[in-house]
Design a protein around this ligand. Structure first.
Ligand code: HEM
Length: 190
């Protein structure tokens, strides 16, 4: 029941997002022949800005910065979520509890790369495990146990909270939700 309700909301949001994207495309097609914007473009695209996390003034693509901000917020939401934290992320949380942030930094980078590529970024590559291997404790010892559909829905709910914390508009949250549900069959292995 919970999945049906949540999935229905995500589906409606996705339809609204698609309708907005289509009408924008149709309007712009009258004036220009430029290619259809990707979700990455909608998230800020390739425009360079100063990376607020860099002490040396490094620049970062706006889309990637937005994705990384959502990813990091989501990791914190999950760390505080008793339905997911110790059951799945005990290795990571154990490290962070000892002020070892190497696993956190790698997860943040891998998730940011993954979502950058998945939303259409051209300037980054994902070099982590595929989604089946990453979510099977037999091939990824950092994955506490196999995830169920209910765990997946809980994870997406935390992702939505992470996106909302960063002010992502609901149409874009709907598009990201649609994207993650295309991966459910690879992540859910229980
Ligand atoms: C579509 C949704 C999801 C995506 C796109 C995703 C993506 C990823 C990626 C890219 C990694 C890093 C893989 C690597 O280091 O090579 C990862 C790791 C992981 N994921 Fe997911 N994931 C999703 C859903 C879930 C769910 C539902 C759970 C559990 C309920 C989960 C738990 C984990 C854990 C425990 C790790 C290892 C964390 C660590 O490195 O300490 N993921 N995921």
């Amino acid at each position: 029941m919970k999945k049906l309700t949540f999935s229905t909301v995500m589906a409606v949001m996705a339809i609204v997002a698609t309708t907005i994207a289509l009408s924008t495309t149709m309007t712009s097609c009258k004036k220009s022949t430029s290619s259809v914007p990707t979700l990455y473009d909608s998230l800020g695209g390739t425009a360079m800005v100063k990376d607020p996390a860099s002490s040396s003034g490094a620049m970062i693509e706006t889309g990637r910065l937005g994705i990384r901000s959502v990813v990091d917020s989501t990791i914190f939401v999950i760390a505080a979520d008793p339905a997911l934290n110790n059951k799945f992320f005990s290795v990571l949380l154990g490290e962070v509890g000892k002020s070892n942030f190497s696993g956190f930094n790698e997860l943040s980078m891998n998730l940011t790369d993954f979502f950058s590529v998945a939303t259409g970024a051209k300037d980054y590559t994902y070099t982590g495990m595929d989604m089946v291997k990453a979510h099977n404790p037999a091939t990824n010892s950092r994955m506490g146990t196999k995830a169920s559909t209910a765990d997946f829905d809980q994870f997406v709910g935390d992702l939505v909270k992470g996106a909302q914390k960063n002010g992502l508009p609901s149409n874009l949250i709907g598009s990201v939700g649609k994207l993650v549900y295309t991966l459910e069959g690879q992540v859910v292995q229980k």
